[in-house]
Design a binder for this molecule. Sequence first.
Ligand code: SF4
Length: 383
Amino acid sequence: MRVSVYVHFPYCLRKCPYCDFNSYGTAREDVPHVAYADAVLRELAWRLPTVADRELVSIFFGGGTPSLWEPRELGRVIAAIRGGFARVASDLEVTVECNPTSLDRARAAALREAGVGRVSIGVQSLDPERLAWLGRLHDAGGALRALREASLELPRVSGDLMFGLPGQAPDAFLDDVARVLETGVRHVSAYALTIEPGTQFGELHKKGRLPIATDDAYADTFLAIEARMARAGLEHYEVSNYAVPGEEARHNLHYWRAGAYVGVGAGAVGCVDDPISRRAARWRSEPLPQRYLETSGSAAVESWGETLSPEDRVREALMLGLRTREGVSISALREATGLDLREGREAAIARRAARGELALEGDVLRVPARHWLALDAIVTDLF
Ligand code: SF4
């Protein structure tokens, strides 16, 4: 059985106005590098024994801005995770999410020394006006420099971009894509801006004071991106992700295949199955960094939990797996849950398949990429 580990680092230099992640604007000198690593190590010591017999396949540091974390401390965490498993995959993938303001060549080299092989860099845009609108702290030159310098030290570098920004024509976004690809990256994530309640943008939107892109502009850009990436040899392997074949994010693939993952750190979510009952336990750790530091290592660190039934797990697997080009393996899901995903869904599958929106090919159910714009409706039909 395979398992991944997700480590959440909740500190950022400044909170972006659109962000609803568990992240907190913190002055660089106030980040508690050692204390936070100690707290994560305590949580690992508490959580890992229950999964120690599984094979560790990937580690992902997300946030927040984990590139702010002293690489020495991040390296202590990597070592503890590796040491917590009897089996570690020979191609273990270790990824760190980075912001251009906390990544240069020296930091990339230090991350490599710490055991990191892949970074995912939050470029978001290369247009000065849009970067300012998004409240980002870097400029286009800084983002491109971070991509180039990271590529000199690390074998795998991904650039993250954001589209669906007001007034952003598809061509303008494709220019950003082209400039990111020129740096030699072989993986790009292109996320649509979403307006989340509780964020600064969410509040402005509620008051009607936030210009946002229309659905048509979003759809036009979505389709144009795929064509542009294909010309550069990157496959659209998940709704928001493109990669040269073989360069896909293995951590995310494991997640979209509904694989088990242990989440540690403030506000991290984990979900691990029980192969006997075929249920799964999902939890969330204490989100507030200060309380996390105080409670980590004991049951008090868990702020929320739930049990997923086998049928819940089938629904999740559909929701996640149908986002990908590879789709959902019926036999793998049956092995994990004891259920055949087709049961009770025959009519919905037949109806959508007749329209070409679902493809049932041998053991695999998938949504062809040309219908990903309608994905939510298709998945809802299968629930
Ligand atoms: S840098 Fe990322 S995690 Fe931090 S506030 Fe901005 S969007 Fe959120």
